[in-house]
Design a protein around this ligand. Structure first.
Ligand SMILES: *Cc1c(COP(=O)(O)O)cnc(C)c1O
Length: 389
């Protein structure tokens, strides 16, 4: 369990991004946190050591990352995992057979798959609702509800969940509000001050930002929850290696800079897409036409680079994703490079067809992760991909 220093939380965001969590290296004074590539630590005598006994339990590089992201989310405790889904697994391990979870229906496909194919089998039950419909969330609560699970904006429909209102519902029910903040990142959205108990990240995405590792992270400001998560992290052991932690830590240093560019280019491209006759619909919380635009402005300080578009025709959607030259056809998101994807057959193939249809995730929906390349090049690329033959 990693508890961060108060000074790390009081500084402004971009300063925290560069410095929070770093511990000076006593050997050389290295400016950057070293990669402590070790499985164990020498002990001075029986029961006498520097606090580090075995690297599943503690690793200095991992702790630097945990403290860094915790500081960015404004929480005191961070826990790193081998993937975003391993972080979700740790959250669900807080529960016991018989417990109930209310989850947004449009969560990441792999999160939905873990809940329905693994945890349902082990005795947890789930009710999936439109997380943007606060009344539906409240109505789904039962005496057995222990977690309310929200993703906002959702992937790929870009629907929002009102975090303050949902936190109040969870609190009344005595349940934890867990928020997947992967899309917005702490630069644009801070769930903990709005009442969330745990923030979840796939660090694979924007936090690392360079598409070169897989990782997950949990942040909480509750000491009781932190103690249980620390126990689970060590007991289950789904921890990341120090090199992946180091890569993620290098990524978060530039998070503020990168997110500003993702946001500026995302807004420009979303706006441009609304003017293209072949694009039926643009899903982006930063557009005034988004049904929850007012909530987006209240809850987020920027909207980032994730955009979904409805093209109305499956063959045309296929042609567009295969025609872009800068936007690469690939799963994942949040890297410096632009990606294009087809959620129905890629990231959300594991979500049942009826459920996809219910939330508007059609076979002609295309998702963009706008990178930090020159925005005019990106627009030209989309323009040629959308053009008639
Ligand atoms: C990718 C992703 C996950 C899962 O993370 P992994 O690192 O791939 O295990 C969870 N939530 C969201 C929103 C994601 O985009």
């Amino acid at each position: 369990m990693t508890r961060i220093a108060d000074q790390d939380i009081t500084r402004r965001f971009a300063t925290r991004a560069v410095h929070a969590g770093h511990v000076g290296d006593p050997l050389s004074g290295a400016v950057m946190t070293p990669i402590y590539q070790t499985s164990t630590y020498i002990q001075d005598g029986l029961g006498r050591h520097k606090g580090f006994e075995y690297a599943r339990t503690r690793n200095p590089t991992r702790e630097a990352l945990e403290r860094n992201v915790a500081a960015l989310e404004g929480g005191h405790h961070g826990f790193a995992f081998g993937s975003g889904l391993a972080a979700l697994d740790a959250v669900m391990t807080l529960l016991s057979a018989g417990d109930h979870v209310v989850s947004g229906e449009n969560v990441y496909g792999g999160s939905h798959r873990q809940m329905t194919h693994i945890w349902s089998r082990l005795g947890l039950s789930f009710t999936f609702v439109d997380g943007g419909d606060t009344a539906a969330v409240a109505a789904a609560i039962t005496p057995a509800t222990k977690i309310v699970y929200a993703e906002t904006p959702t992937n790929p429909m870009m629907r929002l969940c009102d975090l303050a209102a949902t936190a109040a519902i969870a609190q009344r029910a005595g349940a934890l509000l867990v928020v997947d903040n992967t899309f917005a990142t702490p630069f644009f959205q801070q769930p903990l001050p709005l009442g969330a108990d745990i923030v979840l990240h796939s660090t694979t995405k924007y936090l690392n930002g360079h598409s070169d590792m897989i990782g997950g992270l949990l942040v909480t400001d509750r000491d009781d929850v932190a103690e249980r998560l620390g126990f689970i992290q060590n007991s289950v052991g789904a921890v990341p290696g120090p090199f992946d932690c180091w890569l993620a830590l290098r990524g978060t240093k530039t998070l503020a800079l990168r997110m500003r560019q993702h946001d500026a280019s995302g807004r420009r491209i979303a706006e441009w897409l609304t003017q293209q006759p072949r694009v039926r619909k643009v899903y982006y919380p930063g557009l005034p036409s988004h049904p929850q635009y007012e909530l987006a402005c209240r809850q987020m300080t920027g909207f980032g680079g994730m955009i979904s578009i409805e093209l109305g025709d499956v063959a045309f959607a296929r042609r567009v994703v295969e025609r872009t030259r800068i936007f690469a056809l690939a799963e994942s998101l949040g890297g410096v490079e632009s990606l294009i994807g087809h959620p129905a057959s890629m990231t959300h193939a594991s979500v049942p067809r009826e459920m996809r249809a219910r939330m508007g995730l059609t076979d002609s929906l295309v998702r963009l992760s706008v990178g930090i390349e020159d925005v005019d090049d990106l627009i030209a690329d989309l323009d040629q991909a959308l053009a008639d033959d």
